[in-house]
Ligand binder design. Structure first.
Ligand code: TXA
Ligand code: MG
Length: 354
């Protein structure tokens, strides 16, 4: 357990106003001095420290309770700022032109400016240029790239608002910047570049497989995106081997025709105390007398809203201490692949066909 700190809470609305600029300058100095600052991004909140200092990486791992072989993403303010820290290439430039600033992380060979403590011992480094104005202003104020994993305790869903961060990180970090709700709600898409133009999708996100293919041509999808790892299997991204996004209650994903799934859920409501991440269209049918544990994720076809609400609802559902949490198995195309990837992990690959 990290030493208990007094965590300063900093709400920031418009990062360009004078007060915010002053606060961000102070938060940036804190990072440069080896401190930890939680900040909003367009995906989820990040737990940031100086990416060039081994000691900052050690503090991040301790604050999260995260194994130190799980590497950190370094956040830069502009795509061209990757140069001093990573060996870039033409494929990086093409991805950067198409998707940065934005929710894309690219894995490249590391330069010695980034210590292996930050990269979990790897010779590669994950680079991301977020689009959130507070994140970019903080990186500029720090004057150094910011290493940041999602700001949750290891094994909890990634935080998409400052309330979740406080639940997990109060007393473990120096500053929490509250910039409101994260727009996307799921972590960035991660790709690895090997050779000159071999691109592999390691973690799906709001930059979809189809969007990547439009820019790069051929993109491979790592097995671990959709499959369960076999015992002892080597993974391209160390984070894939850890249990993730896991509420304390068991999660079961339901797959089947809409009517069959709805009938099954109504039956289960009679049988046990279940929490249901349901579609808006199902709300009225599932509304029972008593206290139905319903968490509407959005309309069936509205994957953007489902991505935005998923982690919050998993936290809420879990807090209700149900016997079981039911959710729908998402489709595997478009943004659905990112939802699928997060939800099969939350459910430890438990899928029930009805
Ligand atoms: O949207 C995001 O990416 C958020 C925000 C804060 O930027 N960050 C985030 O970080 O999700 P984290 O640490 O929770 O997830 C990063 C994933 C981990 O699974 C890690 O194993 C993988 O990226 N990763 C980092 N560096 C890597 C590398 N050099 N090679 C392979 N995988 C890497
Ligand atoms: Mg994470």
């Amino acid at each position: 357990m990290a030493t208990l700190l007094t965590t300063e809470y900093l709400p920031i609305g418009d990062p360009s106003c004078d007060l915010a600029r002053e606060q961000l300058a102070r938060a940036g100095r804190r990072i440069r001095d080896g401190g930890l600052v939680v900040f909003p991004t367009e995906t989820v909140y990040g737990l940031g420290g100086d990416a060039t200092r081994a000691e900052s990486a050690r503090r991040i791992y301790a604050a999260k309770g995260r194994p130190s072989d799980n590497p950190l993403i370094i956040h830069i303010a502009d795509p061209q700022d990757a140069e001093p820290y990573a060996v870039t290439c033409d494929t990086y430039d093409r991805l950067a032109r198409a998707f940065m600033p934005g929710p894309l992380t690219v894995i490249l060979p590391r330069k010695p400016t980034i210590p292996t403590e930050t990269t979990g011992g790897l010779e590669t480094v994950a680079v991301r240029c977020p689009s959130h104005p507070i994140a970019r202003a903080l990186i500029r104020a720090a004057g150094t790239p910011i290493a940041a994993p999602s700001a949750n305790l290891s094994g909890k869903p990634s935080p998409t608002c400052a309330r979740h961060v406080m639940d997990d990180m109060d007393g473990r970090v120096d500053i929490i910047i509250d910039g409101g709700d994260c727009e996307i709600g799921l972590e960035s898409t991660i790709v690895a570049i090997s050779g000159e133009d071999n691109v592999t999708l390691l973690r799906p996100g709001a930059i979809t497989y189809d969007a990547l293919c439009m820019v790069i041509g051929k993109v491979q999808i790592a097995d671990a995106v959709t499959e369960q790892l076999k015992e002892g299997e080597r993974v391209l991204s160390p984070g894939m081997k850890y249990r993730h996004y896991a509420p304390d209650s068991p999660v079961v994903l339901l797959d089947g025709a809409p009517d069959a799934v709805l009938q099954y859920l109504m039956h289960e409501q009679q049988r046990c105390r279940c929490a249901i991440l349901c579609y808006d269209e199902e709300l009225s049918a599932l509304q029972t007398s008593g206290e139905p544990l319903l968490f509407p994720v959005g309309a069936r076809d509205d994957l953007v809203t489902q991505a935005h609400t998923l982690f919050t609802l998993l936290r809420h559902a879990d807090r209700a201490l149900p016997d079981i949490i039911y959710a729908h198995l998402p489709p595997m195309d478009g943004l659905g692949l990112a939802l699928y990837n997060r939800m099969i992990r939350a459910a430890a690959h438990t899928i029930k066909r009805v």
